[in-house]
Ligand binder design. Structure first.
Ligand code: ASP
Length: 318
């Protein structure tokens, strides 16, 4: 019998729709009332939070990490139910912390608990099956939705309402859940993990676009922020108008670059002004394969862990 600890945190999976189709948290979390039909899994579940995921903060993520660390000796795995809007950020955060080598699975729903075709209970039971499977151990934090198993590092929400919203754009899921089995086709790559007791700092994300004005970047002051994530164009290039601001900021704080493209890897390729080659020479750090919200978490965690200079650059670009 596998013992799984479930932390409900809120989101659509725990919400209900009213007669007008408006979706909101309910007084009693419907997930806590679900009886477990999986006879080989013993479930202990708590309402850890009951929040829409746009209300989730770094502090909530840190509380989840601390709770998992504390309960790990008593359980075989963990399931976290979470709103889908920021699920990938909580998953990535936990995956970058010093978590135990047990299955840790996040899931959610695109349709609330009383909507026609609700996917909540199905995803929940699937997540329990994945968390109870020994093959899921030591694969880092997993996201299980719509019968797919994704690595926290790469998964992203790709659709506002579709139940197959969670995807790994560059190379697909790690595995699948079938009617009878949990199948893995790949293993998660090793991760550098950090232990922190608390986390703080300000790392804004700025998205770039054609004919970009420089006033937003000009208003940023290195004394008010700990770092910056810039969502660049294509393989990693910036409009000329913002170069002076980037050159000013990169002398004082880490400036981390990701691509605004949905798929592919940011790398210094272009040698024209504002191209990636120039940006890298100026000290801008290229992050491989992470989207901007995850790159922000990576930088924040690294800064809170005390990484600086070359060590910070190697970790961010590694
Ligand atoms: N807005 C909801 C949330 O993230 C969406 C969901 O859970 O699917 O809380």
């Amino acid at each position: 019998m596998k013992k799984i600890f479930v932390l409900h945190t809120g989101g659509t999976i725990s919400m209900q729709a009213n007669h007008d189709g408006q979706v909101a948290p309910s007084q009693v979390n419907p997930m806590i009332q679900i009886s477990n039909p999986l006879s080989d899994i013993e479930v202990t579940s708590i309402d850890f939070f009951n929040l829409p995921s746009p209300h989730i903060t770094l502090n909530h993520m840190m509380q989840l990490y601390q709770k998992i660390k504390k309960e790990a000796p008593h359980y075989d795995g963990f399931v976290i139910t979470h709103g889908t809007d920021t699920l990938e950020e909580t998953a990535y955060f936990l995956d970058t912390m010093d978590i135990p080598a047990l299955p840790i699975v996040l899931t959610g729903a695109m349709r609330s608990s009383n909507e026609l075709g609700s996917d909540g209970v199905y995803n929940y039971l699937t997540a329990l099956r994945v968390a109870a499977d020994e093959k899921s151990a030591d694969k880092g934090v997993l996201v299980v939705m719509n019968d797919e198993i994704h690595a926290a590092k790469y998964v992203t929400k790709t659709h506002t309402t579709n139940v197959s919203t969670f995807q790994t754009p560059t190379h697909g899921p790690l595995g699948l859940v079938t009617k009878k089995e949990i199948l893995y086709f790949k293993t998660a790559e090793p991760r550098v993990r950090f232990h922190l007791d608390s986390i703080s700092g300000r790392v804004p994300i700025i998205k770039t676009y054609a004919d970009m004005e420089c006033f937003i970047l000009d208003s940023l002051n290195a004394s008010n922020i700990s770092g910056l994530v810039i969502e660049a164009l294509g393989a990693g290039n910036l409009p000329l108008s913002i170069l002076p601001a980037i050159q000013r900021l990169v002398k004082e704080i880490p400036v981390v670059l990701v691509s605004r493209c949905f798929n592919g890897i940011a790398e210094p390729v272009y040698a024209y002004p504002g191209g990636g080659i120039q940006l890298q020479k100026e000290g801008v750090l290229f992050v491989k394969e992470l989207n901007a919200p995850k790159a922000r978490l990576k930088l924040l965690i690294a800064l809170n862990a005390g990484l600086k200079g070359e060590v910070l650059a190697d970790y961010i670009e590694g």
